[in-house]
Design a protein around this ligand. Structure first.
Ligand SMILES: C=C(O[C@H]1C=CC=C(C(=O)O)[C@@H]1O)C(=O)O
Length: 403
């Protein structure tokens, strides 16, 4: 046996692999994340064996991780993983210097063995030929055309059609390697992986906060407009078209309308400014509210209910846009464009829109991506945009046929 293992010194890949393999082989629910600009990798394990569903009153929930599909359930509840076990790794320091980390003494496996155990737990009970299909280009272009026709007819201002892309994983696919590679490549994203045995396993790098609360501070954002980052200083040299500016303004207006609905006038709006997400650029406005000053202590829950699904993933006006998607999109979005994130962990809640994400199936990854369509959209360009969005995750997945 390797002597470093005896001393409890492992590589990050091996440590994390063993933590996940132990939990997942026991049938536990797991969530792992790294917040934007943070050096901490956080992991929670729900050991109760119960699939819990919770109303969206996030302020009263125990520490945990929330997972909500794109489509509201009849009872409006979300899945909830309780933080029965929780650990936090500072990626800036070697593991052996982090005293609060549990030491894995017994039966530590090599990274390869842990990876195989993780894959077994993910692939078990999934039959991807039944659960998933890929959207072909023709079908997506037709959907965009239909959306444009609905906009032209005055039924909608904006619609966000989505598609799937199915890719075969290489036999050597290693979940932890993929996560760590995304952590390194996307410092501004919410890197996440979660595994709920009866629901599925998802991996992603979301650029979009839905709601965040920390102390008395509430924040949300309007993110839209996409183009490839080009050149040495893409943030400085970028130019946005009228189509993209309007597309993002609609998302901002939607947030302001939500504030108006609850008569909240005292908020701070910054932007829009250009931000980098992977190798894509977006336009983003940030909104902040002091919940104490405005006497809105439950603003997190209230806005969660009002915002989802935002016009960044659904369209405007919300109801007809949602109806359009439910009728015309020929696949189930499932958890894509729903929301996910840690709740009441270290007195913070950070819930993100589940974008730039893939569902892990038996030997396959099913990627999901959408694109905001307004009256000036060109269908072919929207397809290319979804390809770029899929690439963000795909290039970290160790595919049988690399992109
Ligand atoms: C729907 C997605 O992105 C949204 C967020 C930012 C920019 C978007 C856009 O430019 O279309 C989308 O509204 C996706 O990544 O699948």
């Amino acid at each position: 046996m390797d002597t470093t293992l005896k001393k409890g010194i492992y590589t990050l890949n091996q440590y994390l692999g063993n933590v996940l393999a132990n939990a997942m082989s026991e049938g536990h629910q797991v969530a792992l994340w790294r917040k934007p600009k943070s050096s901490f990798l956080q992991v929670l394990i729900d050991t109760t064996g119960n699939l819990k569903r919770t109303p969206l009153q996030i302020e009263v929930l125990p520490a945990g991780f929330i997972v909500h599909p794109f489509v509201d359930q009849e009872d409006k509840k979300a899945f909830f993983l309780e933080a029965n076990q929780y650990l936090k790794i500072d990626l800036n320091y070697p593991l052996e210097e982090q005293e609060s980390l549990p030491v894995l003494e017994e039966g530590i496996e090599t990274s390869k063995a842990a990876s195989d155990t993780i894959k077994k737990a993910i692939f078990e009970n999934i039959n991807s030929s039944k659960t998933s299909t890929e959207t072909n280009k023709e079908a997506f272009l037709t959907l965009v055309e239909k959306g444009l026709a609905a906009i032209e007819a005055g039924h909608l201002n904006k619609i966000v059609p989505a598609r799937t892309k199915k890719l075969k994983l290489n036999q050597d696919f290693d979940l932890v390697k993929s996560i760590l590679s995304m952590v390194k490549s996307y410092p501004n994203a919410f890197i996440n992986f979660f595994h709920i045995p009866s629901i599925g396993s998802w991996i992603g790098a979301s650029p979009e906060v839905l709601i965040q609360t920390k102390g008395d501070n509430f924040s949300t954002m309007a993110l839209a407009g996409t183009q490839k980052a080009r050149g040495d200083n893409p943030l400085k040299t970028v130019a946005w078209t009228q189509k993209e500016i309007e597309e993002q303004a609609l998302v901002s207006r939607y947030i302001v309308d939500c504030f108006k609905k609850i008569r909240l006038r005292d908020y701070d709006e910054q932007g829009p400014k250009t931000v980098l997400a992977g190798n894509l650029l977006h336009l983003r406005s940030d909104f902040r509210v002091d919940m104490r000053r405005t006497n809105f202590q439950q603003l997190g829950s209230v806005m969660l209910e009002l915002l989802h699904p935002t016009s960044a993933v659904c369209g405007m006006p919300r109801k007809p846009a949602l109806d359009f998607l439910l009728e015309n999109e020929k696949f189930d979005r499932c958890l894509f464009a729903g929301f996910i994130g840690p709740v009441n962990i270290e007195e913070e809640t950070s819930i993100y829109v589940n974008l730039r994400t893939a569902q892990l199936l038996d030997g396959f990854a099913l990627l999901y991506a959408g694109a905001g369509v307004t009256e000036d959209s060109i269908p072919e360009k929207e397809w290319e945009e979804t390809e770029m969005k899929c690439e963000i995750i795909a290039k970290h997945l160790n595919l049988e046929n690399p992109l």
